[in-house]
Design a binder for this molecule. Structure first.
Ligand code: UD1
Length: 358
């Protein structure tokens, strides 16, 4: 089959790397980068490190309001589809690139496959939740990372085309954990000792665009009593700067530029705990066996909380400080994201679909 894959934001580059490798064994992939993320450290470095093929199309949509970003992607993907006439499209995750890509294809009656289908936070104030729900309802193949995701879809009446394949991020981590540990010098560069520091990432609008929340998080991090490494997402840098907080951060907070995948993996692997509002990082923390403190009131990755390795604290200063001091899961973990090989399992589904298309 000829398959158009849509990527545009950092977590999608990570997810497409293992799947693209598998896909190209049997199928023709046309890779489209929407340009939602464009800074070299948010985009180019992932293509190099993860050896993702050069995109066939770069749509250069850049930043903008949700409507503008989504609309530009929709219009530009449509042109690509008219030209390429693919058999199907693959979209990843829950970003504006995901929804716009899926919508362009569905309107042209092109089969859509959604990788990471069925996730729900049940929080409509998150743009990602809207993107997820709508994308799932216009996709014909739904590749679910967890059993919870399968159940979420069933609750919405979606039972056909649902494939519980496990999580492609397990593949990405499996391929790269050893490489990261061999190649990355991030601990040396930052003069860190194994398990004697925290890592934090913050980029959700609920935390960045809300000054009180960001102040509360930063205040809590200041009480950590150890180095807190903070790779700054461009959105967060902008707001910290707007709020005049960037130059007066507590001294134990070490702000650095966004990291590539290998350095980030190594940094997380060596951390005592991770604090984050990212979905992907909650999962990676779990897979690495590092306790995760989630700076949100809800999560799509409920299994990590049920298993005792993730705790939801929102932006509440007291709860964050308490979790930094007290949260110490020790039990063993289940394989909630499936075993290695989700990429291969997805391609097996596509192979059988291809046989019925041709
Ligand atoms: C997006 C996704 C989110 C995902 C995240 C990963 C949506 C709605 N959100 O959020 O699901 O978890 O990516 O990072 O699609 N910017 C730059 N350089 C870049 C990219 C962004 O400076 O390379 C700045 C721009 O000012 C932009 C802002 O960051 O307005 C936010 O970028 P955007 O793509 O809108 O959303 P994210 O917050 O990154």
């Amino acid at each position: 089959m000829k398959i158009v894959s849509i990527v545009g934001a950092r977590p999608q580059f990570i997810k497409c790397a293992p799947l693209s490798r598998e896909l190209r064994k049997n199928h023709q992939e046309v890779l489209v980068h929407t340009g939602q993320h464009y800074d070299p450290e948010m985009s180019g470095i992932f293509f190099r490190e993860l050896q993702i093929p050069k995109p066939d199309y770069h749509l250069d949509v850049g930043s903008g309001s949700h409507g503008k970003q989504t609309g530009l992607i929709l219009a530009r993907v449509e042109e690509v589809l008219e030209r390429e006439q693919p058999d199907m499209m693959l979209v990843y995750g829950d970003t504006n690139s995901t929804l716009a890509g899926a919508l362009a294809a569905a309107k042209m009656h092109i089969l859509v496959g959604h990788v990471e289908a069925g996730l729900r936070s049940f929080d409509q104030s998150m743009p990602e939740e809207i993107n997820r729900v709508l994308t799932d309802h216009i996709s014909e193949l739904l590749f679910c990372p967890t059993e919870t995701a399968v159940r979420n879809l069933a609750h919405e009446g979606i039972t056909g085309g649902v494939h519980p394949v496990g999580d492609v991020m397990v593949d990405a981590l499996h391929f790269n954990r050893g490489v990261a540990s061999d190649k990355s010098r991030i601990l040396e560069r930052l003069e860190l000792e194994e398990k004697a520091y925290l890592v934090v990432t913050v980029h959700r609008p609920a935390n960045t665009d809300n000054r009180a929340n960001l102040e509360s998080i930063i205040g809590a991090l200041g009480e950590a009593g150890c180095p807190v490494i903070f790779p700054l997402h461009p959105r967060t840098r902008k707001y910290l700067s707007d709020y005049a907080m960037l130059d007066v951060l507590p001294v134990n907070i070490v702000v650095i530029e966004p990291l590539g995948y290998l350095d980030m993996l190594r940094l997380m692997d060596g951390a005592e705990k991770i604090l984050t509002d990212s979905g992907g990082i909650q999962k990676e923390a779990y897979l690495l066996g590092v306790p995760c403190i989630t700076l949100r009131e809800n999560t799509e990755w409920v299994e990590t909380v049920e298993d005792g390795w993730n705790v939801l604290v929102g932006a509440n200063r007291g709860k964050i400080v308490e979790a930094i001091r007290e949260f110490a899961p020790a039990g063993s973990q289940r394989e909630v994201f499936g075993t290695v090989g989700a990429s291969g399992r997805i391609v097996a589904v596509l192979d059988s679909k291809g046989n019925s298309v041709h």
